[in-house]
Design a protein around this ligand. Structure first.
Ligand code: GTQ
Length: 349
């Protein structure tokens, strides 16, 4: 007899069997886990080192062609997530390689994608035929359901970081994909034409946004870098975020994609941010300098250019800017999803 409930053991197990048969379960045994006091990300903080990643990518380039692979990508799988191809609890990232003369054929899907170029030049991504030439540090947007292919007219391997909202779209069972009828979608214009048209604070009159994604598909590195330098000059250095610019949809002022936020940060040499956390999961990669990222409870990561770091949500972190040289890094996160659902929260120490 159980003193608390008055039930015998056999009554309790009969009850459990009935629950199982009828597909019900007692909330009271799991309530605190189901409705936690605060988020408990399953992803862990983890760094993928460029030195090793570059070697593995170039080796993949010898063993499979872009034509065979469709996309020659090494996915960055967070070690906390039991082999799932997610870099954080809600985002996907991969490193993609394209070799001179190759084409990664045109397709489209409802998942949104970004490219952040890490090494090489001469390659391009085409979005509905609008061609964005790739240079290190460029941020390129591939909106959902747009035809896109990658190509390469140059002479050296080109590698970039892919970021997709694949875990979110697949969780929502909203994933659709289609192959284009030929390898390439017909070329229409260069992406810098869209930059010229939409990038400034002086916009063509009567231009309404026609998409949740930015009409500017490619944000060249020189422009983001200049913006950081301008803000630094004007002391726009947030104690928790450093000098931080976000890539914006020029017609709405919002993020460049409905699910993914992208930004670039500068941490002055010899300076460090204070501890900060928010519910978003963040992926970052280093452009310049060698910042150290300290993640509360999970250690310190001394990063080098092109290393990729995953920072899970609701985990406090701070960045130290290295010696003698400002550190610059690119970051993306799932922040717009939280904002749209009224769930965004942050805490500053
Ligand atoms: O380049 O279209 O890393 O469709 C994963 C899925 C890249 C792409 C990825 C994709 C792509």
């Amino acid at each position: 007899m159980n003193a608390n409930t008055g039930a015998t053991l056999s009554q309790a197990s009969a009850q459990q069997m009935a629950w199982k048969t009828e597909n019900v379960a007692p909330l009271w045994t799991v309530l605190k886990g189901l409705v936690p006091a605060e988020p408990r990300p399953q992803a862990i903080a983890y760094a993928w080192r460029w030195r090793k990643m570059r070697e593995l990518l170039l080796h993949a380039g010898e063993t499979i062609s872009a034509a065979e692979a469709e996309r020659r990508v090494l996915m960055l799988n967070n070690p906390g997530l039991d082999g799932k191809p997610h870099i954080t609890d809600t985002l996907y990232a991969g490193l993609q390689l394209i070799l001179p003369g190759e084409i990664a054929r045109a397709h489209r899907h409802t998942q949104a994608a970004l490219r952040f170029v890490l090494e090489g030049s001469g390659a391009y991504t085409a979005v509905n035929g609008v061609r964005a030439d790739m240079h290190r540090g460029d941020y390129i947007v591939t909106p959902p359901w747009t035809w896109h292919h990658h190509g390469h007219d140059g002479s050296e391997p080109v590698m970039w970081l892919d970021g997709l909202d694949l875990p979110i779209v697949n969780f929502l069972r909203a994933g659709f994909r289609e192959e284009y009828e030929s390898e390439e979608f017909p070329h229409s214009c260069q992406a810098n034409k869209l930059w010229d048209k939409y990038s400034g604070t002086l916009l063509p009159i009567n231009t309404e946004p026609t998409s949740l994604c930015s009409p500017v598909f490619s944000y060249p590195y020189e422009r983001s870098r200049e913006a950081l330098e301008r803000l630094k000059k004007h002391d726009e250095c947030d104690p928790h975020l450093g000098v931080n610019v976000r890539y914006a949809h020029p017609l709405t002022g919002g993020w460049t994609m409905p699910t993914i936020a992208a930004s670039m940060r500068l941490i002055p040499a010899g300076w460090g941010t204070r501890l900060y956390r928010s519910v978003e999961g963040t992926v970052l990669t280093v452009l310049e300098g060698c910042p150290t990222v300290e993640i509360e409870g999970q250690g310190s990561f001394e990063l080098e250019p092109n290393d990729v770091l995953a920072v899970p949500g609701w985990t406090s972190w701070r960045v130290q800017g290295g010696v003698g040289r400002d550190a610059v890094f690119f970051a993306f996160s799932d922040r717009p999803v939280f904002e749209k659902l009224g769930l965004y929260r942050e805490a500053r120490a």
